[in-house]
Design a protein around this ligand. Sequence first.
Ligand code: NDP
Ligand code: 2IT
Length: 453
Amino acid sequence: MSEFVNQIMDLVKAKNPAEPEFHQAVQEVVDSLDLVIERHPEYRTAKVIERIVEPERVMMFRVPWLDDQGDVQVNRGFRIEMNSAIGPYKGGLRFHPSVNLGILKFLAFEQVFKNSLTTLPMGGGKGGSDFDPKGKSDNEVMRFCQSFMTELQRHIGPNTDVPAGDIGVGGREIGFLFGQYKRVRNEFTGVLTGKGLAWGGSLIRPEATGYGAVYFAAEMLATRGETLEGKTCLVSGSGNVAQYTTEKINELGGKVVTLSDSSGYIYDPDGIGTEKLAFVMDLKNVRRGRIKEYTDKFKSATYTALDNSLDHNPLWNHKADCAFPSATQNEVNAVDAGNLLSNGVYVVSEGANMPTVPDGVEKFIEAKILYGPGKAANAGGVAVSGLEMSQNSLRLSWTREEVDGRLQGIMKSIHKSCYDAAERFGTPGNYVNGANIAGFLKVADTMLDQGVV
Ligand code: NDP
Ligand code: 2IT
């Protein structure tokens, strides 16, 4: 490790103790930036890196609400406003019991570079709560969202900070949050993205992250003159990103053989085609059931419960060509990465944020496979959020074809920026360096333009 990387990491660890995911996300970026700093000492002089790792603002607040029994419940709410150099803070809200300050800082940090890559004018932010929507009634979710927004509303706005969905926050939650914002502020504005179509949402936003991750994989494959046609794909998760990843892979002629949730995974060697995917969407989005129920309906599939005593996740141990980790951070460990490689996987496109541990990433890079890191591969979601903001400003709605066309154009452009930056900085084919460097340069140059703020 260089003296520069050591110095930054010492600083980040001292200032942000007990936040391992944040340290991990920063480490990966500064490792790549080592290549940039050599050629551009001006970023060091202006302490751009020291500033970029420090959130511009952090909000942490109490979220009290009444459950269906009339008992008082208390959760913790957060919003990290990480960087506004190139536009208003933009990024999702995550509701999951594992949420804490460090996890949201890692997500907000990643978001800065991701948003920069999209070509749209968006800064980076992230927020959420340790609230667990699982097993809660719609009314409980509504009361929680209303309490959360009663505080959050004073910090956000369509030109200031525009939240959206992430794990545990989908159309239902965005609706409750928007309703409360509108009521408290008496303003109908594009303060959130992922809205319903009748009240300012964009076509293709629900599909965008999954579709984008598949478009990114297709772009990587195109560099070798290949397509997704006939490819066997492993997908993890069964939420928003996993569902639309599966839909697009099917459309492009690939076959998805796995899906999962936090309890286990299903393996269906016949492929999760259109009819089976419709069942999964109803199961997860309407009935809010568990993926295990897939095997009650489709006998071609087997279910394997998650076994924490294993050193690996068997989902990643099937013969395949492509993998789309689409559940959560650090879901692919170093053993999993080795298993993927030995099973023939040579395309990994990350729908989730930071799903692969650093030793796993190193294995992919050493093996010179087509590895698209989350901040590039899953940027389609926030990109279409940016397009939702544009449509809100215009007070117009674009067609499906228009939005999907723009999404495809943006994913192509992200791929090209990453590919070119990797080559320009001496590591051809390394999309990790490419994404970190290309995402960084736009924000860093803007920070130089705007002075010490
Ligand atoms: P959803 O809440 O719709 O789905 C999450 C899925 O991942 C569920 O199947 C869930 O299983 C599983 N999961 C969540 N936490 C864990 C865990 N700790 N261990 C194992 N499985 C888990 O979320 P999304 O699909 O929206 O998000 C998935 C990933 O994609 C996240 O990393 C998110 O940050 C990222 N992402 C999302 C974007 C978006 O637009 N929604 C944009 C870019 C990235 P269970 O039901 O059991 O919890
Ligand atoms: O991680 C992400 O990029 C998201 N959860 C989407 C953020 C957004 O503002 O649409």
